[in-house]
Design a protein around this ligand. Structure first.
Ligand SMILES: Cc1ncc(COP(=O)(O)O)c(C=O)c1O
Length: 394
């Protein structure tokens, strides 16, 4: 493995660990444990005096390949694979805080992420302040002497707001807090939070990394010092580890990630432009368009637009439901980042647990739908939207 390889090469070859059979495709080491040549060897392994695996909850060869490939892509020193994106988010935050500490988080978060900081953390005496993350002064104002973690996603789910990651990292460094970025919507192809100054990056690998709707997974990336000090024991003893079979699926997903994300982004951009001109549509929010409210920050920190588009229909919930039901190629599903185009109505699905006021604050109206563009033919997708829109009232 070479550190100078570009992303597309890293994603095919990075981290590969061949067995004595020199297989082309990565092997699946579907084992819980490992045997030792002697009792002395087992003792030495447990003491950390020799290199090697101990137990699959701690780490295992197929997972290791996935983790190393992610590190190569992300520019991280260490990674830990988890059973889901939420396991990654919860571990990355909770492993580094204790009762009496304070978290500042953007209020625009995926519903379960928001539950972790807003509802779960306070049960253990960890305070949380939610801010409108679009404005740096809100992050600054929320800082307290006990602030230990800043948490954000950018672009956000589902209204594609962006947060100035470098700006937040600068503030965090002034007070010795760590910035955790959920980079799911940007993908590692378009945004590198560690390069922007963030300390920890998390992914739901369920999304673009798998990209073909097969498996749940997650990953936490950071530097060796932070992993050793905070994550290592938490990860080993609370057991969020990924199955080796999932790690193998995700290794295959990583090989085609740049190709899929490129096609999905091209489709998303063209659909966004088409929808912006339609009379049934009140607003389209797409990070690749000049009219994105924070186009300057997008240009500063992202290498591309997005595979997702937020669409606000003039006809409210009725129109949103009618559009979803009339689409033929685009499927109704709350997943995203898939090869298949998927559409969802956040107010009644992913963000249904928020109050009406909280949804309104985030710009999620009854007429908002979120499209995750797939890799299908662009013209087929546009024609699908055209025929579906023709069935709803303007
Ligand atoms: C932004 C974001 N973070 C985290 C998650 C959680 O990921 P998972 O479903 O793999 O647990 C999701 C899932 O939709 C998400 O959209």
């Amino acid at each position: 493995m070479s550190k100078t390889w570009r992303p597309a090469t890293q994603l095919v070859h990075g981290g590969t660990l061949r067995s004595q059979y020199s297989e082309t495709s990565e092997a699946i080491y579907l084992t819980q444990g490992f045997v030792y040549d002697s009792a002395e060897a087992a003792e030495a392994r447990f003491k950390g005096e020799t290199e090697g695996y101990i137990y699959a909850r701690y780490g295992s060869p197929t997972n290791d390949m996935f983790e190393k490939r992610m590190c190569a892509m992300e520019g991280a020193e260490e990674a830990r694979a988890t059973a889901s994106g939420m396991a990654a988010v919860a571990a990355a935050i909770l492993c580094q805080v204790k009762a009496g500490d304070h978290i500042v988080a953007a209020r625009a978060l995926f519903g379960s992420c928001r539950w972790v900081v807003e509802t779960l953390a306070p049960k253990y005496g960890i305070e949380c302040t939610l801010v409108d993350g679009r404005y740096l002064e809100n992050w600054e104002k929320a800082i307290r002497p006990n602030t230990k973690v800043f948490f954000l996603e950018s672009p956000t789910n589902p209204t594609l707001e962006v947060v100035d990651i470098a700006g937040v990292a600068k503030l965090a460094n002034q007070v010795g807090a760590k910035v955790v970025v959920d980079n799911v919507f940007a993908t590692p192809i378009f945004q590198k939070p560690l390069e922007l100054g963030a300390h920890i990056v998390v992914y739901s690998a369920t999304k673009h990394i798998d990209g073909q709707g097969r498996s749940l997974g997650g990953v936490i990336l950071s530097d060796t010092e932070w992993v050793n000090e905070h994550l290592q024991d938490y990860y080993r003893h609370t057991g969020p580890a990924m199955s080796p079979f999932t790690a193998w699926t995700l290794l295959k997903g990583l090989e085609t990630l740049p190709l899929r994300v490129k096609q999905q982004t091209e489709n998303a951009g063209k659909i966004a432009d088409f929808l912006a001109e339609q009379k049934q549509v009140a607003k389209v929010i797409y990070p690749g368009r000049k009219d994105h409210p924070q186009a300057d920050i997008v240009a500063k920190q992202m290498k591309g637009g997005s595979t997702l588009v937020a669409i606000e229909l003039k006809g409210g919930k009725e129109a949103a439901f009618a559009l979803q039901n009339a689409l033929e190629i685009v499927k109704i599903s709350n997943n995203l980042g898939d090869a298949k185009s998927l559409i969802t109505h956040p107010a009644t699905t992913t963000h249904k647990n928020l109050t009406d006021e909280a949804r309104a604050e985030l710009g999620i109206s009854p007429g908002t739908v979120r499209l995750s563009a797939g890799i299908e033919d662009t013209d087929d997708l546009i024609e699908d939207f055209a025929q579906a829109l023709s069935k709803i009232k303007a």
